[in-house]
Design a protein around this ligand. Structure first.
Ligand code: NI
Length: 164
């Protein structure tokens, strides 16, 4: 496994549409493993393949640190309600902004064996589904921010809490 370089806002790869995955090759399995490692290393809750420069429809999410989810070719099939809250992105370092998302999201995706499954989430998980799937279509949350982006204090690597 290896830490991959995260592409940052302004890199054109982040605005491109990713391609469907039709086969999970060893190379793609390595990519998924690296995406998890990179996400955990940077204290992220989600990462999409285009963020590491690969235009494939692959997302990894873990909102608790104990529930890794791989979504291949994910599609949002149902949403309900609304939540308005802070959002950030590893590709937009040091910033956050207020974004309104559905409070409930149902996704159909494929797993690493390309078996189709359905997964539902509310609150942070629903927000992560929307944010990461947007990446696969070349969209960043900054397009949806209400008001201004604000500066955030970077999280210390050894600290679980945001610093004051
Ligand atoms: Ni992001």
């Amino acid at each position: 496994m290896a830490i991959r370089t995260i592409r940052e806002i302004g890199d054109p790869v982040l605005n491109k549409i990713s391609k469907e995955v039709t086969e999970v090759t060893p190379r793609i399995q390595d990519l998924i493993d690296d995406m998890f490692e990179t996400m955990y290393e940077t204290n992220g809750v989600g990462l999409a393949a285009p963020q590491v420069g690969i235009l494939k429809r692959i997302v990894v999410i873990d909102t608790t640190g104990e529930d890794p989810i791989v979504l291949i070719n994910p599609r949002i099939v149902e949403t309900d309600g609304e939540q308005t809250g802070n959002e950030g992105c590893l590709s937009v370092p040091g910033k956050s902004g207020i974004v309104t998302r559905p409070n409930y999201v149902k996704v159909i995706a494929q797993d690493e064996n390309l078996e189709t499954f359905e997964i539902e989430g509310t609150e942070l998980l629903a927000r992560a589904f929307c944010h990461e799937i947007d990446h696969l279509d070349g969209h960043l949350y900054v397009e949806k921010v209400e008001g201004d982006l604000v500066d955030v204090t970077p999280m210390d690597d050894d600290d679980e809490e945001w610093e004051d």
